[in-house]
Design a binder for this molecule. Structure first.
Ligand code: AMP
Length: 618
């Protein structure tokens, strides 16, 4: 049996031979007779051969060209196959082309991610100098109860599945479903009951045992899911243990450090720490001292506690840096570091400050990063700082809470203020109104006061006393409405907020998730209304559209119609949407945030108003 390619070779040789014979014989006019059918066949074969040669020659040229050549080859060689078969063949080729576009996209994304990955390690200066690398997590004396340790793996997986807890990492401690089994002291259990907290939330089920076991952690959970207690309770337990072993002396400490991106969040977290520390005394356990280090309040308050010996410090980065710099406090014995709302901290430009803070540590520490959103850029940032970390994810990172009904409306710029009043009627108070700009916050506040609404306002331009008073009045429900910039969007816990109104759409969707997370906390339901109009960036709208789809919310027609060029590429690889900022409506190749960061780096422009976040302000 002869195969097609030798036949082709033989034909070529004949052709050459023929040419040679012709020139030899000097009879240039001699043309041998070839039947039409044969000639057609030869012509097609010749086309096939040319396509084949061209393909080899152009292998390094663009993919599109080579795809065309391939299809020519198919057509050339398979002239005798049916149109239907040719169609199938072409379809396959188109499919392959699509796959290669996906591959191309993934490759490009990988390159971008690599270029934005942190090269400078988050380590203490002494560790960097001596090339110290910690391989094993810190050991603690805490062990899970025996009956839990004896549970088979499938049973533990079942518990995680039931609570929708996703975990990643090595030797993950077991999830524990009651506070009692977590071996918390009786006084803490009583304090929890006093707060109306009976059983742990999913992030607490897995997070508290993980931290008590001494493991580094990246905790991702939707806002209002009880993240604060995950890091507050273990830190108190560790401090009690330390105090029992060797009481803290003057100017010693802190042993545990919690860093928050805003003063309000730091204050709130410190109050929770204080509440549980106070309850310990009732149990006859030693005193655990805590202090708050934030801008806008005198340093003397924190200094008093520091001088007595401080166990837990809750701080904002600017003030902490300032105190470290002036040697008012040191991190020599600090063994526990928690960064709450870590992604916000990096976004707000505190990256360098955090890096400096890390350089003050003297030994290995347990590092915990918490946030509702945790895009890859933060995970990259954290990688060098964490030792065998465990990632606990309750719900997709960056997903909005399912307890919130999200309503988005097209409202013309000039109609927004008036329409606000109508929106306020939708629910009883308390209501939170967010606006991007300080001027807008002031204008809305003034308008509401004129209309007789009991409203207060906060933004970075107001002094700390005014800010604290406004937050307190709203928290204690003396005032019905709080108008704020994003200073109030992160982590603040106001009980029972019924309605969050976004006077404008924040310029990244993560911020939107944080804002609407002020309502629908724990297991309550909430409403979020967002005003959109022509002023809103298309990329944010696309992210919002996909977020609404994910949360099974109504998508208004003007948003549904919106499509991006790369819509079909949104779910390629194992990342959904953008791996840099977490937005669902675009890929990293079109990330406006990344572009903005790069532009900012290039031009070194100042920072936006999140609490006028310059170090000096803190
Ligand atoms: P967080 O996400 O830490 O800001 O917590 C949000 C709210 O949930 C706070 O008011 C907590 O007091 C409350 N909370 C925390 N843990 C629990 C729990 N296990 N059960 C019920 N409520 C909780």
């Amino acid at each position: 049996m002869s195969s097609p390619s030798p036949a082709k070779k033989r034909y070529r040789r004949e052709e050459q031979g023929e040419k040679k014979r012709n020139s030899d014989s000097d009879d240039d006019n001699y043309v041998p007779y070839v039947p039409v059918r044969e000639r057609k066949k030869h012509e097609l074969m010749r086309l096939g051969r040319i396509a084949h040669i061209a393909e080899n020659a152009n292998k390094s040229s663009s993919e599109n060209e080579s795809d065309n050549e391939q299809s020519q080859e198919v057509l050339g060689r398979k002239y005798n196959i049916s149109l239907l078969d040719q169609h199938t063949e072409l379809k396959k080729l188109a499919e392959a082309k699509k796959i290669s576009a996906v591959e191309k996209q993934l490759k490009e994304e990988e390159k971008i991610l690599e270029s934005v990955a942190e090269r400078k390690a988050l380590m203490a200066a002494s560790e960097l100098a001596k090339a110290i690398v910690y391989e094993d997590p810190i050991e603690t004396s805490w062990k899970p109860p025996r009956h839990i340790l004896a549970m088979p793996k499938f049973k533990l997986d079942e518990i995680r599945q039931k609570h929708r807890i996703l975990v990643e990492g090595e030797e993950i401690p077991p999830p524990i479903r009651t506070f009692k089994e977590m071996k918390l002291p009786k006084s803490i259990l009583l304090a929890l009951v006093k707060k109306g907290i009976k059983k742990p939330t999913p992030i607490q089920v897995q997070g508290i045992p993980t931290i008590l076991s001494g493991r580094d952690l990246i905790g991702i959970a939707f806002t209002g899911s009880g993240k604060t207690l995950v890091f507050v309770l273990p830190i108190i337990m560790f401090c009690v243990e330390q105090e029992v072993c060797l009481p803290f002396i003057r100017n010693e400490g802190p042993y545990g450090l919690v860093i928050c991106p805003s003063r309000e969040l730091a204050k709130q977290t410190h109050e929770i720490v204080r509440f549980f520390c106070d309850s310990l005394k009732q149990d006859g356990l030693p005193e655990v001292r805590s202090c708050l280090a934030i801008g806008g309040v005198p340093v003397t308050e924190s200094m008093e506690t520091i001088q007595k010996g401080v166990h837990i410090m809750v701080a904002t980065p600017g003030r902490l840096m300032d105190m470290l710099d002036k040697k008012m406090v040191n991190l020599r014995v600090c063994r526990y570091l928690c960064m709450d709302e870590a992604d916000r901290m990096i976004d707000m430009g505190f990256e360098e400050d955090v890096r400096t803070i890390f350089s003050y540590f003297k030994g290995q520490r347990q590092t915990l990063l918490f946030s509702a959103t945790m895009p890859k850029k933060i995970q990259n940032f954290a990688r060098s700082a964490l030792v065998k970390p465990i990632t606990i994810n309750v719900g997709r990172a960056g997903a909005a809470s399912m307890n919130v009904i999200q309503d988005v409306e097209y409202v013309k710029q000039e109609a927004k203020v008036v329409y606000l009043l109508e929106c306020l009627q939708r629910t009883p108070p308390p209501v939170l109104i967010f606006a991007e700009k300080k001027q807008d916050v002031d204008a809305i506040h003034e308008y509401l006061l004129l209309k007789g609404v009991e409203a207060v306002a906060i933004h970075g331009g107001k002094d700390q006393e005014e800010r604290s008073k406004a937050v307190e009045a709203f928290r204690s429900q003396i005032k019905d409405v709080l108008v704020a910039t994003d200073v109030a969007s992160k982590g603040l816990d106001f009980s029972n907020v019924q309605h969050v109104i976004n006077y404008d759409m924040p310029d990244d969707v993560e911020n939107y998730v944080h804002r609407i997370g002020r309502t629908g906390r724990s297991s309550t339901k909430g409403l979020a209304t967002t005003f959109l109009n022509k002023a809103t960036e298309q990329s944010v709208l696309l992210d919002l559209k996909h977020l609404l789809i994910e949360a099974k919310q109504k998508v208004p027609p003007f948003l549904a119609e919106l499509c991006s060029e790369s819509e079909q590429l949104l779910e390629v690889g194992d990342t959904q949407g953008c791996s840099y900022c977490g937005g669902l409506g675009h890929r990293i190749t079109e990330c406006p945030k990344l572009e903005a960061v790069q532009n900012k780096q290039a031009s070194n422009i100042g920072r936006r108003d999140y609490l006028s976040n310059t170090a000096a302000d803190y």
